[in-house]
Ligand binder design. Structure first.
Ligand code: ADP
Length: 319
């Protein structure tokens, strides 16, 4: 027997059943073939909408037998007509499913029916860091340190498995229980097959994209994630990305010229500035490697194990 979810009450169960009877569109069925060859169905209730990405919509989902609550990322098969889109989804599933780390959204399973592909993921109930920074305007350095530490650990794990995320940004960093950071969305991730292999696809999100990705001639590798981590740290502390402008072309120009400044209206410690500068180096080889990031003075202060959920809306009380 799987563990009963603490989120689930009898009251909610009753409400769900009556909702189910009245709206069959909220039921998702996973077809499974039993040992005796008999076809059975796992039934889920599709709950509240959590968010939308390029191809996917994400909802809360409840397993009607175990009452476990997770997130489900649903991709319509109609959007996968081009074989490239299908290949990309298969690669996302394969890479995400191969990862198992506290700092990465757990990929639980996937299945399909005639209309959709369903990916069952660990539910991150406390929104993304992008939403939090928007709501809060910016984070304290102590919070930035807390999230950065977990992000670096999760990225070290990915890199040790030869995986480059390639789309690290605040919108792909989710908050789990106790505001623990969870890296999600492996839609642009890639696996390196041999040491020194360079990738050439231009991909990423404009504000976070590394300069070597923009000049696709050179090719890129693990260091693109170090650049994005530098952009993330700047954005958490300042409240906007370093190269942001109202026009993507100008943003790309600034990235290539490495043109960014620390604003006067925000107090930023010398340690934070130094770490950002060491990550935002145009030469990928010159960027501070992850083990050295963990050793940097900015992270040489006690870091809390968790943050209160109130940190979604206001600065946490000083320790
Ligand atoms: P895409 O790959 O299409 O960009 P994402 O994986 O970024 O889709 O998900 C889209 C949105 O769904 C996210 O911005 C977030 O709001 C929500 N979301 C995704 N995964 C989860 C999760 N595990 N728990 C809670 N919300 C999630």
């Amino acid at each position: 027997m799987r563990k009963r979810s603490p989120y689930f009450s009898k009251e909610r169960s009753k409400k769900l059943t009556s909702k189910l009877n009245s709206n069959p569109n909220t039921v998702i069925q996973e077809k499974i073939i039993g040992k005796d060859g008999k076809i059975e169905f796992n039934k889920y209730h599709k709950g509240s909408f959590l968010g939308k990405g390029g191809f996917a919509k994400v909802y809360e989902i409840t397993d009607l037998e175990t009452k476990n609550i997770d997130a489900v990322k649903i991709v319509e098969k109609a959007s996968l007509k081009k074989s490239r889109a299908k290949q990309k989804l298969m690669s996302e599933i394969k890479i995400h499913n191969s990862l198992n780390h506290e700092g990465i959204v757990k990929f639980k399973k996937y299945f399909e029916d005639k209309d959709n592909v369903y990916m069952i993921l660990e539910l991150c109930p406390n929104s993304s860091l992008n939403d939090i920074v928007k709501r809060r305007k910016r984070l304290t350095e102590s919070e930035a340190r807390y999230y950065l530490h977990q992000l670096v650990k999760a990225t070290q794990y990915m890199h040790s498995r030869k995986i480059i995320h390639r789309d690290l940004k605040l919108g792909n960093l989710f908050c789990g229980n106790k505001m623990r950071l969870k890296v999600g969305d492996f839609g642009l991730a890639t696996k390196i097959s041999y040491e020194g292999e360079k990738r050439r696809t231009i991909c990423g999100t404009p504000n976070y994209i590394a300069p070597e990705v923009l000049s696709s001639k050179i090719g890129h590798s693990y260091e693109v994630d170090l650049w994005s981590i530098g952009v993330i740290l700047f954005t958490m502390i300042v409240g906007r990305p370093p190269f942001e402008t109202s026009n993507v072309k100008t943003t790309y120009k600034r990235i290539k010229m490495n043109f960014y400044t620390f604003p006067d209206h925000v107090t930023i410690s010398e340690e934070a500035k130094d770490l950002i500068q060491r990550l935002l180096k145009n030469d990928p080889e010159a960027r501070l490697p992850l083990d050295k990031v963990l050793d940097h003075d900015f992270l040489k202060v006690p870091i809390p194990e968790s943050l209160p959920v109130s940190a979604m809306a206001c600065p946490p009380p000083p320790e």
